[in-house]
Write a protein that binds this ligand. Structure first.
Ligand code: ADP
Ligand code: ZN
Length: 227
């Protein structure tokens, strides 16, 4: 299936713990189907970098691996969702993360007559997540994701996508914070699996394999969700 087949703007949600690969897969879906990736983590990191009120309130919580308040996150998401490019359809990566956020999303989408095509749960073992997260970094030039062991830079040391050599590691991608992030996931976000199951929107895929393998599983689910 290619982008041309998408006649109505789709809304896809990626669920899964930190390290499950939501960002990596969202970027691939973005390219493949012309959807817009909405990562509340990226939006919050931009707010922190810009020093906005929301960013100032979010910074310490993010560094500790907790969840930023629903109010801040919902406001940021609402603003972003209202921008013109989102009319092409969106992949939500890292939102919703609480039941309050899921309910707010239902209201937001209802206002514009949109609906969720699928909430896709990336199923992984917690034990593997620490290794995935502690080794990851992204290209400062284009945002491409890399990993010390699973997806290293080419021998040139430059990004294969844009040629930049400036790489970034997130402040919260360390072994101590990962534990808190996984705890927050199980306590506050995992209940959303039942929430979307109840709506008949849930799809589960095995996300323990390699990046391309997961992408294939995802493509099958996405294709089914668009029909
Ligand atoms: P990951 O999924 O790998 O933990 P993200 O980039 O999605 O990374 O999120 C990083 C941090 O940003 C989270 O640990 C949390 O503090 C904050 N955050 C992101 N999205 C949300 C959200 N929907 N609700 C509350 N906090 C969020
Ligand atoms: Zn790059």
């Amino acid at each position: 299936m290619d982008a041309a087949v998408l006649t109505t703007p789709a809304v896809l949600i990626l669920l899964g713990p930190p390290g499950a690969g939501k960002g990596t897969q969202a970027r691939m879906l973005e390219e493949k189907y012309g959807l817009v990736q909405l990562s509340t983590g990226d939006l919050l990191r931009a707010a922190v970098a810009a020093g906005t009120d929301a960013g100032k309130a979010a910074k310490a919580v993010m560094e500790a691996g907790g969840l930023v308040s629903d109010e801040i996150v919902i406001n940021i998401l609402r603003d972003r969702l209202g921008e013109a490019d989102c009319a092409k359809g969106v992949i939500l990566d890292g939102f919703p993360r609480t039941t309050v956020q899921a309910e707010a999303l239902d209201v937001l989408l209802g206002e514009t007559g949109q609906k969720i095509n699928a909430a896709i749960s990336l199923e992984v073992d917690d034990a593997a997540m620490v290794g995935r997260i502690s080794g990851r970094f992204t290209c400062g030039g284009c945002g491409e994701g890399y990993h010390d062991s699973f997806k290293p830079l080419p021998d040139t040391g430059a990004c294969s996508n844009c040629g930049s050599t400036e790489m970034k590691r997130r402040a919260d991608d360390n072994a101590e914070t990962v534990g808190s992030r996984l705890e927050a996931y199980h306590a506050q976000t995992a209940p959303l699996i039942a929430y979307y199951e109840g709506k008949g929107a849930l799809q589960k895929i095995d996300a323990m394999g390699g990046i391309d393998e997961i992408a294939q599983g995802l493509a099958t689910v996405v294709k089914g969700a668009m029909d």
